[in-house]
Write a protein that binds this ligand. Structure first.
Ligand code: IVH
Length: 715
């Protein structure tokens, strides 16, 4: 947990009933973040420990049984994810309210529920499980049959169920809530190692109708490539390959999925009247039929062999091209599997052993404090460099003051650093035995390390902030970096380094100064020259066409993100109307709560900000909406147009208004009458397919804008 309360240790000990309720709520929330948002905020280990604690408490208190408890069902990925790591998405996770198709994927009921596995981090519990297996098979007539355990790697991706009918791949269903899942077959078809067709008896094995389950993964290499690209595009990074694979699988455009390069390993065959007496035999049949079955599978005959397998792969897995987080043990004989049976959520014939996250002990050298764009202060631990999971680690975030206190961090302490499923290493504990006597506790600073202003901490907030928003250098530079970024004013030729340089030169202090930059001054700078200066001037000119909603986003008002800015710009078509709005009135806009409304009023009420806005207006920026309901031309007269996907330059509603302003008609679905499709990113595959079949042209937003611009000028 990132946010630890200062008062945790003095809070009254909750009763076990309260603890059960709290754990159920917390684990349900984490399931949602993990499966739906692809953005977990708790490590797997912590999640598993809390789940085990809840299981133990529920066993102790059968009177508190609840069939909705997270111990009774598997997590759900229903609700979709658009691949943007930390943006909540559309849809619902409620099982009852979901029918048919949402988020562009058809929802189907699993033929066989998709269960999860019991898991442990303890070798002793693996031995206990094996004892239970032997015991469970002792009293049955076939007990004499030797027990074989198949050991496999536990791949850290998303489970998928592939349905083959008459030799054809017909569906690929996600785990969903274990009972229903989303059919993502179009995306799965992009994985080269998954056969589209299989022939009955191929290689002496599977029939032509069966189901096969496995894990979809994004290999490390592709994960790193995608994150490099996202960094360049100023998109939020994926925390790990699992999250990236999860986001990718829910994308609506299979072409984008293909470019990302997913992979799949298959590990479980199901169906009626399948040949083979053992799990291992069936996997071999699957391998012969062309499925990607891992080579790392071993049939073991004793506890020792199982332990050897676990120890070997704990180290060796680091050389694999994909992420693994443990080992799965399965009873090999299908008859014995049947005899052992299932609990509500997991088979008794299988268990997962999870590898502990790698951790290292190192010395804390100092704590430094970073000031963010909004003035939030983040403490950072500077440590003696140490090798962890293949990379040298010397810095780790300390989150906030409460986190430092909960660690009871002292100067010169030795700390445990872990790198779990996340990219950023974490300090998980202080090593008490290595603390020198008379060391001083780390006390969070009270003044800004950059500008010296006294820090403030609002009630209910974890972060201390520097309130000097128009005078503190990193805040000023951060605001400018945000202003010029791609999703805001998209100013070419003005990156973070250039902003730094111009700041040092004293040319830039506020976002308004950007439009006072002088071409000649820039051209004369070493490393710049005429070309760079022209590029920047051109970028500034182009930015004057950026629509009002993006200018509003670019102003960097606290809490006003891209989506909120669009909604505000629609409700307030000019900056003057927005400036005149009060806190209550603003809250009538969708998604604007009291906190956001107050931040807007405070921003607009600040004299410095008002001066900046006036200078930006004078520079020629769009401070009002150019959207108009009047008829601009009849270029699109009689044309039925479908708008689909996510756009860069205008919102979908803005494009629809433009179509009408130029005489066109908006249509919801593609038909033979459709004149063309105005397509953004991630357009629905069904629409794209239909358009291709009917030979309907697909135009990008740039092409569309060109189309209407030419005629607007003519008319
Ligand atoms: S077998 C009924 N084998 O781990 C047994 N699962 O925590 C079905 N997983 O839901 C699962 N590698 O997504 C199995 N070799 C493997 C696996 C594996 C990864 C995943 C799978 C499962 C989860 C359980």
């Amino acid at each position: 947990m990132q946010q630890l309360s200062l008062f945790d240790d003095i809070a009254p000990h909750p009763t076990e009933q309260e603890e059960i309720i709290a754990l159920r709520k917390e684990l349900e929330e984490q399931n949602y973040k993990y499966y739906v948002l692809s953005a977990p905020t708790m490590s797997d280990r912590e999640f598993d420990e809390k789940m085990h604690r809840l299981e133990a408490l529920e066993q102790k208190h059968p009177e508190l049984f609840d069939s909705n408890s997270p111990t009774q069902h598997v997590g759900s990925d229903l609700g979709g994810s658009n691949g943007l790591n930390n943006s909540p998405t559309r849809g619902t996770t409620s099982r009852q309210s979901r029918t048919g198709s949402t988020d562009g994927f058809e929802q189907v009921t699993h033929r066989y529920p998709m269960l999860s596995l019991a898991n442990t981090y303890s070798e002793e519990e693996i031995r206990d499980w094996l004892r239970r297996v032997y015991k469970g098979l002792e009293d049955v007539p076939d007990g004499a049959e030797p027990v074989e355990i198949v050991c496999e790697l536990k791949f850290d991706g998303l489970s998928i169920s592939l349905w083959y009918e008459h030799g054809q791949l017909v569906r690929a269903v996600t785990r969903g809530d274990g009972v229903h899942g989303d059919d993502v077959v179009q995306n799965i078809r992009t994985i080269a190692t998954i056969p589209q067709t299989v022939s009955a008896g191929e290689g002496g094995g599977l029939p032509d109708t069966f189901e096969i389950r496995g894990e979809v993964l994004l290999p490390w290499e592709n994960f790193e490539r995608i994150n490099r690209q996202r960094e360049a595009d100023e998109e939020p990074l994926f925390a790990n390959p699992r999250n990236a694979a999860s986001g990718t699988l829910k994308l609506l455009n299979p072409e984008v999925v293909r470019e990302r390069g997913l992979e799949a390993y298959l590990y479980y065959v199901l169906g009626e009247n399948l040949p083979g007496k053992t799990h291992y035999e069936r996997l071999q049949m699957a391998a012969r039929a062309g499925f990607n079955v891992s080579d790392a599978i071993r049939v073991c005959h004793s506890v020792e062999e199982v332990m050897d397998y676990i120890h070997y792969w704990d180290t060796e897995r680091k050389t694999l091209p994909v992420a693994t987080d443990g080992v799965v043990l399965k009873v090999n004989s299908l008859k014995q599997q049947e005899q052992l049976g299932y609990t509500a959520k997991t088979p008794r014939w299988a268990i997962a052993f999870k590898f502990a996250a790698e951790k290292q002990l190192t010395r804390l050298n100092s704590v430094s404090y970073q000031v963010g764009r909004t003035g939030a202060i983040t403490p950072v631990a500077n440590m003696e460099p140490v090798l962890l999971s293949g990379t040298i680690v010397k810095r780790a975030t300390l989150n906030n003051e409460d986190f430092i206190r909960s660690l009871d961090l002292h100067e010169g302490d030795y700390v445990w650093v872990e790198k779990g499923g996340e990219i950023i290493p974490k300090i998980t504990a202080v090593e008490p035995t290595k603390r020198a006597s008379d060391t001083k506790a780390i006390n969070f600073i009270r003044t800004c390390p950059e500008c010296g202003a006294p820090l403030v901490r609002a009630e209910g907030e974890a972060a201390w902030r520097c309130p000097n928003e128009n005078g503190c250098p990193p805040q000023l530079k951060g605001k400018m970096e945000h202003f010029v970024s791609r999703k805001a004013m998209n100013i070419d030729g003005l990156g973070a380094e250039t902003i730094d340089l111009f700041y040092e030169k004293g040319w830039l202090r506020t976002i308004a100064d950007i439009y006072d930059l002088q071409r000649e001054q820039i051209a004369a700078l070493p490393g710049f020259g005429e070309k760079s200066a022209d590029r920047l001037m051109q970028g500034l000119e182009e930015s004057k066409k950026v629509p009002w909603s993006r200018v509003l986003f670019a102003l960097g008002i606290r809490f006003v993100g891209e989506t909120t800015a669009k909604k505000l710009a629609k409700a307030y078509p000019s900056i003057d109307l927005l400036c005149a709005a009060g806190v209550e009135e603003l809250q009538e806009v969708e998604d604007v709560g009291e906190e956001i409304a107050k931040a807007i009023v405070a921003h607009m009420g600040n004299d410095d900000n008002r001066r900046i806005i006036e200078r930006l207006r004078a520079a020629g920026l769009q401070m009002e909406s150019t959207e108009s309901s009047e008829q601009l031309s009849d270029t699109l007269a009689g044309k039925s147009i479908v708008v689909s996907g996510v756009f860069r330059l205008h919102s979908r509603d803005e494009y629809k208004a433009m179509i009408e302003a130029h005489g066109g008609k908006n249509a919801g679905s593609v038909s033979a009458k459709t004149a063309f499709i105005l397509a953004g990113d991630n357009m629905g595959p069904a629409k794209l397919d239909k358009a291709r079949k009917l030979g309907i042209p697909v135009h990008s937003e740039d092409e569309f804008l060109q189309m209407i611009k030419d005629t607007t000028i003519d008319s």
